[in-house]
Ligand binder design. Sequence first.
Ligand SMILES: C[S@@+](CC[C@H](N)C(=O)[O-])C[C@H]1O[C@@H](n2cnc3c(N)ncnc32)[C@H](O)[C@@H]1O
Length: 294
Amino acid sequence: MIAKPFLKWVGGKTKLVPELVAMFPKKFNNYYEPFVGGGALFYEVVQKYKVGFSSINDINKKLITAYIQIKQDPKGLIKFLEEIDKEYKKLSLKEQRGYFNLTRIKYNEGNIDDTMTAAYLIFLNKTCFNGMYRENSKGEYNIPFGDQKNPNICDEENILAVSRCLKDTKITNLSFEDSVKKCNKGDLIYFDPPYYPVNATSNFTGYSKNSFGETEQRKLRDVFISLAKKDCFVMMSNSHTPFIEELYKDFYINYRYAARSINSKGDKRGKIKEVVVTSYPTSGTGNPILCKGR
Ligand SMILES: C[S@@+](CC[C@H](N)C(=O)[O-])C[C@H]1O[C@@H](n2cnc3c(N)ncnc32)[C@H](O)[C@@H]1O
């Protein structure tokens, strides 16, 4: 069984994995993913590459609690999810909505242990509208009920496969800059931050109560530079905007088109241009990527 993300995450990179992998350096030592989210690229790396060491990080505490639970006690989590699944699927649609709302309240109140936090996060993600994660400024999960048909609440095989992938992985809940302090020459770091908004209405920053504005984007650029100076291989995805192009003008900017994924309205799902910035020249990335090396 090949492990895959156990959550649907806004900005998830599942569809982009082949293109990102094509931009990897030929050889690297350790792998770091400071904005792991659903972790699509992480699973590819730990299952298909020989890495010395891997490290994942995210500022969202409950997300990281879920990764730690899956690593340490996947069977305990599965047992709990099976109970939720059984209870939930016995209910009428109206009752399911009530169950969802009550679970969301308990999840947000936070007086629950780590297994419950992980199980509720997975349950809410599988049954909410559009399978999304979003927190308001108070750090409360605020996605409504989604009326999903037969959601796969307990994907036992995948949880066990994910747990195997995490066996030798360091998992941290820090801000990105603190998670890469020990990176050394030859390590690969993939940054997938919240994107800089393309326009005033496209600003999705609800991954956690912390916002990610211009100051954080500049701080990330400074971290990118300091890692490049240490001879690490650094890669970053972001929106295609003059601000980001200017910040990374001294590096290699690869352009690509991506399907918009967070807008629920069909007509707003068009293709948008994104960038993947690397600190090293890439080769053979194929269409539609154009590389502007400097
Ligand atoms: C674009 S998503 C990552 C998506 C991920 N690559 C995937 O495939 O699902 C950005 C992530 O950055 C996290 N984040 C936001 N601010 C952060 C910070 N200051 N330090 C670390 N992580 C942060 C969010 O919680 C979110 O999970």
